[in-house]
Design a protein around this ligand. Structure first.
Ligand code: PHE
Length: 463
């Protein structure tokens, strides 16, 4: 009977529309901003190899689990978990797994919007020729001036939240689907243009070697676990974003094939971003281990020195805004759908409420870089002595709630849900493919994510 439930909030017009939207969610700052600097910091090839294994062995099975729960439940994450638990004769407390996802969405979106705001600001800086012939001093000064000014950060954060709210308010058919249909292909085209540029930078071979020739000497437990965490964040797993997109998926569309397509597209974008960025970095004689400021400092420097740099730099940041926008839309969806379905609000009203709460929470990140830059709110707690406001929000959203959500989703799909239910929803019968998936979600995924979670916790406490 679960399989026949009709979605209360509409369906994608086709499987392709779901693939586009889920890819839009997955591809974002995580791929283009975080993946290159993580690869850069963790020794390149070895990290990339482990990352690819993680996407295949942990990412794809969890994504399948999330899509299957979403399509079977057909509601927002909270209601979906409650409905499915009831159907399986299990505790209604599973609803809190959905509730946890909604909290994670608020936390992550609040800082995601601020960082996306930096990207917006850089579109205009680059287009205005601010970085033409720039030196390291100029680039540092421009970045420091931006983050030091709460009014400017606030303005960009507000504009980005507004862009996100407009698409979400228009609903799945009116807004999301139309937006991603245009955004995702544009994103691919822009990335390929940039890789084409990098190909002529004279250092393409070096970039290629850095990304794909693993130096196994660099392969420590920390690198392996960093790769698991990155796969998780990059694929948008663990907080119900993919679950809710799954709830719009028509019956009959293959969940396995769809999940593999989305994971492949996400991975392709991360690798293309790496292929575009590293040759440019090497051509400028820059080190790959720049950390989170990699894009906002090193790239303008590189773009400032190359012919046509203002043009290519602007294209790059436009691309990043698009990617962040489609991810932010998916982060706002779970809270909005919950307000519509459980609180009886209109979609527009729900979007305004969820958007304003996120925007307000975002002020913490805005001030974290200037007015509150010296404030360590949890200094008394072990492991939090060095963490500012932004670090704490990021830590609870990305490092605690996402892995915990993914772990519980696997446990629910693999252990709580009857074998017959998951087999029916996946439509794979008792095929070898189904057995592999079930083995992965029952054993490999919980153990893998559990290890990441414990490692992060231990690491945080030790720092
Ligand atoms: N996957 C997105 C990115 O790579 C971020 C995200 C995480 C989006 C969780 C939705 C949910 O930028």
């Amino acid at each position: 009977m679960g399989a026949r439930r009709v979605s209360v909030h509409g369906e994608w017009s086709s499987r392709l529309a779901f693939v586009l939207a889920a890819t839009g969610s997955a591809v974002g700052l995580g791929n283009i901003w975080k993946f290159p600097y993580m690869a850069g910091e963790n020794g390149g090839g070895a990290f990339v190899l482990v990352y690819l294994l993680c996407v295949a062995c942990v990412g794809v099975p969890v994504m399948m689990a999330e899509v299957l729960l979403g399509r079977r439940g057909r509601r927002n994450p909270l209601e979906t978990m409650a409905t499915l638990a009831r159907e399986e004769g299990r505790s209604a407390h599973w609803r809190w797994l959905g509730g946890m996802g909604i909290v994670a969405a608020f936390l992550i979106l609040s800082f995601y919007s601020v960082i996306a705001g930096w990207t917006l600001a850089y579109v205009f800086r680059t287009a205005g020729g601010v970085f033409d012939g720039a030196t390291a001093t100029t680039v540092n000064r421009v970045f420091a001036a931006l983050v030091a000014d709460p009014e400017r950060l606030l303005a960009w954060h507000t504009i980005f939240m507004g862009m996100t709210m407009i698409v979400v308010a228009r609903g799945v058919r009116g807004g999301l689907e139309r937006a991603v249909r245009f955004l995702m292909p544009a994103l691919f085209v822009l990335l390929i243009v940039l890789v084409g540029y990098a190909l002529n930078s004279g250092r393409f071979d070096e970039g290629l070697r850095f990304l794909f020739a693993p130096d196994f000497g660099r392969l420590t437990a920390a690198v392996v676990l960093a790769a698991v965490g990155q796969a998780f964040f990059s694929l948008s797993l663990g907080m119900g974003a993919i679950m809710i997109y799954g709830s719009y998926l028509p019956h009959g569309a293959s969940i396995a094939r769809t999940s593999m397509t989305v994971a492949a597209a996400d991975t392709a974008v991360a690798l293309l971003a790496g292929l575009a960025i590293f040759p440019i970095l090497f051509a400028e004689g820059l080190h790959p281990d720049q950390g989170p400021s990699l894009i906002f400092k090193a790239l303008p420097l590189a773009f400032g020195h190359m012919p046509g740099g203002a043009f290519f730099g602007t294209l790059f940041f436009v691309l990043l805004v698009f990617a962040a926008w489609t991810s932010a839309i998916s982060l706002l969806e779970p809270p909005v759908t919950w307000l519509v379905e459980n609180r009886g609000m209109s979609r527009v009203r729900a979007t305004v409420w969820a958007g304003v709460v996120t925007w307000l929470l975002g002020l913490c990140t805005v001030f974290s870089f200037n007015l509150w830059s010296g404030w360590r709110p949890l200094a008394a707690v072990p492991g939090f002595a060095a963490k500012g406001v932004f670090d704490i929000i990021d830590f609870f959203g990305s490092d605690v709630l996402l892995p915990l959500g993914g772990l519980l989703i696997s446990v629910f799909a693999g252990w709580v849900m009857a074998r017959a239910s998951s087999a029916e929803e996946l439509g794979l019968g008792e095929s070898p493919g189904y057995r592999v998936w079930r083995f992965l979600v029952r054993y490999v995924t919980p153990a893998g994510i559990g290890a990441v979670f414990l490692f992060r916790l231990k690491d945080a406490l030790a720092s």
